[in-house]
Design a protein around this ligand. Sequence first.
Ligand code: ZN
Ligand code: ZN
Length: 575
Amino acid sequence: MTTDEVREKYLKFFEARGHKRITPAPLVLENDPTTLFTSSGMQPLVPYLMGETHPEGKRLVDSQPSIRTVDIEEVGDNRHLTYFEMLGNWSLGDYFKEEQLNWIWEFFTEGLSLAREKLWITVFEGGGGVARDEESVEIWKKIGIGQERIFYYPAEKNWWSRSGTPEQMPINEIGGPTSEVFYEFESIKHDKKFGEKCHPNCDCGRFLEIGNSVFMVYKKTKDGLGELPNKNVDFGGGLERLVMAVNDNPDLYQIDVFQRFIGPLEALTGKSYDSFQREMRIVADHIRASEALVKTDVVPGNKLQGYVLRRLIRRAAVKMRNLKGNLQKTDLSFDFTDGVRQVVEEEVERFDKTLDRGLKEMEKIKKIDEKKAFDLYQSYGFPLEITQEIFAEKGQRIDKDKFEAEFEKHKEKSRTAAGGMFKGGLADKSEETTRFHTATHLLHESLRRVLGEHVQQKGSNITSERLRFDFSHSKKLTNEEIKKVEEMVNERITKNLPVKAETMTVKEALDSGALGFFSERYKEKVKAYSIGDFSKEICGGPHVAATGEIGRVRIIKEESLAAGVRRIYVSQTAQ
Ligand SMILES: [Zn+2]
Ligand SMILES: [Zn+2]
């Protein structure tokens, strides 16, 4: 079965059970200051899991293109990817465990004809104040799965939230116990270095997780776990991994979507995939991810999404050079559309100019450290992963956190008014945009106070004339609501409240009540900006020192942008 066929089967299966097929979110959310990429199917649905009414109803299904760069160093093994699609179905306070577990079993065993005896089940063993999930076990047994095929695991394995276990969840984060289905590859023999006995979560590779049903019913409060208004189901399953199970082949790179890379790679380098799996997998994954990013209008650069794209292309280029012995502009072009081809070729050409000099420079370094690794990045554009690999081969490690610290030090030095990691959707760094950007914080908080806490910023765009602000909300704003928001913002402007920044980790920021809707588990430090006691938000600036500098504003237009997303325009009031 092809990847397209598996995707379509899944979507149709759940459509036939009352689910509405929704449009997945873009890979890069427009001007979202707190997240680089969409990294799961549930991420765009968080407000609805928290209780807001979804315009398409209570049963939803989609396949969400996603990027996760936390796994970038794992790419090269038989199962990790940076770019993938995630199948997802949701019940927003509608059906619960009984239907979900029965349906997903039916889909796997009948829809995809996976052999029953190769499927294994895991459930939450309890902890953090939540009981062992016997309810799911009973349902699995009724389906016909024997106790010996059901495994209990702690929160590290069978609890899902964007930040980990119940203890790790910041205030307002949602989560819940999970039940997963694993596929067993009989061709992979258990290796005792991973433990005496093999089991679904064993790292030997014999088992592959193909589906995760999250029973999303909890929200972290200052008093511990509280209950969400609804009992929700949030299912996620990696599409490519599912195809791997359908093919009963433990090599993810053997599925159809990678054949357009592996074949040409073998032809171009004259080497076989079997002998150079790791290198060819990295090239295939990174270039496929790069293609998806370029199609989302990302261009290689030194910041944010652009930097991720640059790392992907350059790492693939180094692997290609190792395979082929040299590097040419067209080596990574594959069968791309013209637009993608041009971006990739230009980046390879740019990198090729410094690659040889950089490699020579590297040869001179006897002992690598984080500062030198950063210099190599600065002068020759070598992403950390490349430097790491070359010196690791020599048994030398570079500490990622220390490297990031070097990066931060440098960024701090070169930070211009509009610079920074969490740049807030600014067209330029003029005074007007600084004023308007600060106004987005007041606007965001005012919208939440007037319309409700489901409101989340979805993007902003600023010119010297006006501020455009997108946010989650499903209904048209009434004139009265518009007036209230406007007054609330202007009142804070008139009060001339101080704007202050504090640097802290994402968790500290969220625990202190700062707004920030993130998807990756950032360990890094961020800035939380407070405006008096009124608003607190994770952001990268630039901001005025006190709100009086903004000058009074007015909402000039309010419109619908997409299902569940509104857009407003704000301008300065004539003085
Ligand atoms: Zn094992
Ligand atoms: Zn800001």
